[in-house]
Design a protein around this ligand. Sequence first.
Ligand SMILES: [Zn+2]
Length: 328
Amino acid sequence: MLTINRRKIMLTAVAGASGALLGHVGPRPVFAQPAPSTRSGNAGHYRFQVGDIAATVLSDGTIGGPPRIYAGDAPEAALEEVLRRAFLPTDRMTLNLNTLLLEIGGRRVLLEAGAGSTMGPNGGRLFDNLRAIGLSPADIDLVVISHTHPDHVGNLRTAEGGPAFPRARVLAPKADWAFFVEGDPDLSYMPVPKEFQQRFAANIKESVQPVAGGIELYEAGTELLPGLTTIAASGHTPGMAAFLVHSGGDQLLLTADLAYHPVVNIDRPWRPGPDRDQEAAATARTRIFDRAAADRMLVLGFHYPFPGLGRILRTDSGYAWVPAGWQF
Ligand SMILES: [Zn+2]
């Protein structure tokens, strides 16, 4: 802990003395003074602890679209009824972007980079929220991506094309890199217009371009560092991983995009339309949700309502999402 605090103080001092120095690494940096956390109203960050690991959910904002996209096999009338009963709009579903900052063994690890501006105007808040807790992108040592969809990699690139996290190693799943970045992916399986598919594919390549030279590819099922393990969860994409954060007896499961919104993908069994391999995704969802329920794990959903923490309960007919209480 002492190491982290000392480095933070040193970096703050450097930034304060020479904002221009940091200005070289990209366009966004104006990080010299932490912004007041009340700047935009409610907090965009949420701190909690997983054993000895300090964890902070950092919101990158929201994205969204027609509910039908996120519940591909839902009967029309049933979908509308479920949304109404949850007091949600029936024409648009909002998804959160809950990135997670971990402090593990003196390193700052960001799980998911967030969407930035790749999927609408309401993303890209990660940098303000980092600043609100007194950090800059240069304080991030490692960024780990669950899968390479634009809403998970968008913030890797600054508006000018540089790496947004100038000191960070970036880890991404090998099979996704091969499919989306090295390949020329056929995205006709996605239930969105062709023009959207093309933009989606281009956004991925563009977002990861500044980090492509140093990218570190992983295969899920291994411990990336003490306290952070990847769990194979392919189906949504060829290489998607879920994450397990563990310290002492405490565990936190990150479900990546196994589910988009609890109301349609946990409380109801409907399948996300963009799952590339529907059967594999459904199998991974069941395997990982069963484990979460059996072990009563704390769960973080990247797209669930902020801060995205809760538990998955096994019911007679499936699962139920039980949000965790806010800790003050
Ligand atoms: Zn996503």
